[in-house]
Design a protein around this ligand. Sequence first.
Ligand code: TYM
Length: 331
Amino acid sequence: MGKSTKKRIFSGIQPSGNLHIGNYLGAIKQWADIYADYDSVFCVVDYHAITVPQDPKNLQKKVIEIAKIYLASGIDPEKAIVFQQSHVRAHVELCWLLNAVSARISDLQKMTQFKDKSSDGNINISAGLFDYPVLMAADILLYNTDVVPVGDDQLQHVELARDLAKRFNHDYTNVFKLPEAKILKQGARIMGLDNPEKKMSKSVKSELNRIELLDDPKVAMKKIMKATTDLGSEIKFDIAAKPGISNLLVIYSLLAGMEIKDLEKKYTGKLYGEFKKDLAEIVAEFLTDFQKKYNQISDKAVLDILADGACRAVPIAEATLARVKKAIGIS
Ligand code: TYM
């Protein structure tokens, strides 16, 4: 490949829990829609996942599953680098260097995701969970990333990566490009089906919270029918007054490629039940089509793609790491 003049995208997902339509609509679909216009790098971030306990027997299977989900979503590994974080050692090396010279404890104490995850007073939280945003900054900065497409819960982490880059460039020499987050206007925060006041999440116990990408389509239809709705009967987008229906409208709009205002018109005078039934069918159709693609990809093909991805990622990452070390005075 010749030297590209395209801007670079970098993003990643943890191989923990089961991916859901929030991950898909907020992140992966966004990648698939734009990645061919960029020089794109997508990572399965296994070193992030182990900051909370993972089953060693299952972890590599999960890595393969996430990579397959990227591919089934339309990411062509010929056009993008797809790799596994632990295959490129420069990530942890840059993480250490940033920890030592640029990251401040006070930066990390401000991270809302860490505050949420540690708020139950559990003293067995790993130091890695606290330091996790620095590893994420290393992921992004190693690849001279311009754009980081994510859901809005990752915005604060991308801003930290930018701040660390600025601090490093100021304290040493201008090594890092300053990355920017790319957040969708619609879909950046898909809410839980059972509680539309909180985002849909891999870690919420109730399975009624989310539609998983590998859910049986029939089960997914039931989850939509059971989704919490609001008082009244109007199908109208109004997050404050109608968080449940607004969330379902966003999901419908993104999966069917229809504007919310057109959906409001279509369902004027109709009942929640009819709206949900149609959405359940759209979700089932999407899952059936998605899973067909997913099931056509073999584990062996994924392993080859990840190995090739690492070979392409290493030289980019190593070149940045060498510049960082030189700037610090280590050679
Ligand atoms: P993770 O694995 O929790 O989530 C993956 C992506 O899904 C988005 N997302 C959502 N979007 C919309 N609605 C939701 N309910 C929803 N839930 C999750 C997330 O915002 C994310 O884009 N720290 C990251 C992984 C990471 C990373 C990186 C991302 C590590 N290094 C470098 C970008 C660049 C994480 O835990 O995402």
